[in-house]
Design a protein around this ligand. Structure first.
Ligand code: COA
Length: 250
């Protein structure tokens, strides 16, 4: 359990909210575990028809916690094991997922969106994946899903060059379904989730399965990327980047 993730049900909609605003919702191991569990439990609960992933005003999430990254780079076991549990749960989840992005969506904050079915973003939202700048490689099956969704060139600029997408560009690229004024993304996402929940659930599940790539293929890519990610996490380049971010705060 962590106080940094709040899971609430409103009718048939389960909202999973990242609540670590003082750290821009940087994701800890405990947060990944709580989010993976909430998705798995939603899957097992026939009363839940849609899941919303939301953040804090101005910060959907600043991505993986850098302190955790640095600690994990020297640990035994897979350095991003908990993040992988969350990503696999998302990839295999059977309930439609809506995201409400207000503000920053960095790293996994952007790559998790490639698994979502409907994304609402505020006009102030910004999408950024500085994997290469950090000495890492893209994760979360983004190397498979991003080119499929937004095209190779946009995916290269985002995932390899680390160029940010602003809200309008993300909307134009097809990553975002709908733009909302700042502070309104939650409400718009809730409305979309309610609309999805009102549809016949078995037909939704079948149609969703048809339009998504096979979950096994997505999970295989998550795992392939994760092997390279683990190697990169232990590289001097990545350790220097984590250390430099953490040193900048002092
Ligand atoms: N991990 C750990 N802490 C983080 C964090 C992260 N990914 N992102 C932000 N924080 C913390 C900051 O260290 C700071 O903590 P402090 O108040 O104890 O010093 C707090 O959140 C606020 O962040 P700050 O950097 O002061 O705010 P900002 O508005 O100037 O910048 C960001 C916000 C998100 C642009 C900047 O913090 C950032 O670049 N974070 C790293 C993002 C990243 O590379 N994530 C990994 C992707 S793979």
């Amino acid at each position: 359990m962590t106080e940094h993730v709040a899971v609430t049900d409103n009718g048939a909609v389960r909202t999973i909210r990242m609540c670590r605003a003082d750290k821009k919702n940087a994701l800890t191991q405990a947060m990944y575990t709580a989010m993976a569990e909430a998705i798995a439990k939603a899957d097992a609960d026939a009363a839940i028809r849609c899941v919303v992933i939301a953040g804090a005003p101005g910060a959907f999430t600043a991505g993986n916690d850098m302190e955790d990254f640095l600690k994990a780079s020297d640990s035994d076991g897979h350095p991003i094991a908990k993040a992988l549990d969350f990503l696999r749960a998302l990839a295999r989840g059977r309930k439609p997922v809506v995201a409400a992005v207000d503000g920053l969506a960095i790293g996994i904050g952007t790559t998790m969106l490639f698994h979502c079915d409907y994304v609402v973003a505020s006009t102030e939202a910004k999408f950024l994946t500085p994997f290469i700048q950090l000495g890492l490689v893209p994760e979360g099956a983004s190397s498979l899903l991003a080119p499929r969704l937004i095209g190779h060139q946009r995916a290269f600029a985002l995932l390899v060059m680390g160029k940010p997408l602003d809200a309008a560009a993300a909307h134009g690229a097809g990553l975002v379904n709908a733009l909302a004024p700042p502070g309104q993304a939650d409400a718009e996402a809730a409305a979309a989730a309610a609309a999805i929940s009102a549809l016949p659930p078995e037909a939704v599940a079948m149609a969703r399965g048809l339009i998504r790539p096979p979950a096994d293929e997505v999970v295989r890519r998550i795992d392939d990327e994760a092997e390279l990610f683990a190697i990169r996490m232990r590289s001097p380049e990545a350790k220097a980047a984590f250390t430099s971010f953490l040193a900048r705060r002092k």
